[in-house]
Design a protein around this ligand. Sequence first.
Ligand SMILES: [Zn+2]
Ligand SMILES: [Zn+2]
Length: 168
Amino acid sequence: MDPSYQYVKSQTSDKPRQDWNHYFMNLARLAAERSTCDRANVGAIIVNRENRIVATGYNGSVGRKTPHCSEVGHAMRDGHCIATQHAELNCISYCAKEGIPVRGCVIYVTHFPCLNCTKAIIQSGIEKIYYGEGYRMDDYALHLLDLNGIPYEQVTLEAPEPAVAPTP
Ligand SMILES: [Zn+2]
Ligand SMILES: [Zn+2]
């Protein structure tokens, strides 16, 4: 019996497809845009072995009742804003709250994690870090990752293509 369908290639079918690393890093960047502490616009995405997103996070105030830095200013101590929870920890604590396993997952972060987030990442069973910006990499965090066999890989994104004006 002849099939009731036929394969027809569209004109854009040669367009290269975004690979997983760029896809998730772009999503981490998008999450960072929700950050309410502009001292660090960081976003993070935790992804499981099936390339499914299990959590997204960004830097922001703790709980539902704490005002955001963008509303009341930063709570500064020793040159750091202490009001916020970092994007990576926000992802991990959301998974703790909802009982979502992160063992064997990977994390995409727009900036290399700080020492505390690195510790939480290692302890939670996350197996690889993909990071965007690599400046201010804590050498003790790197030491801990190396000791524990957790690889970290930089994913750089090209500048976004200039927006094309819609044709009227
Ligand atoms: Zn702040
Ligand atoms: Zn951190």
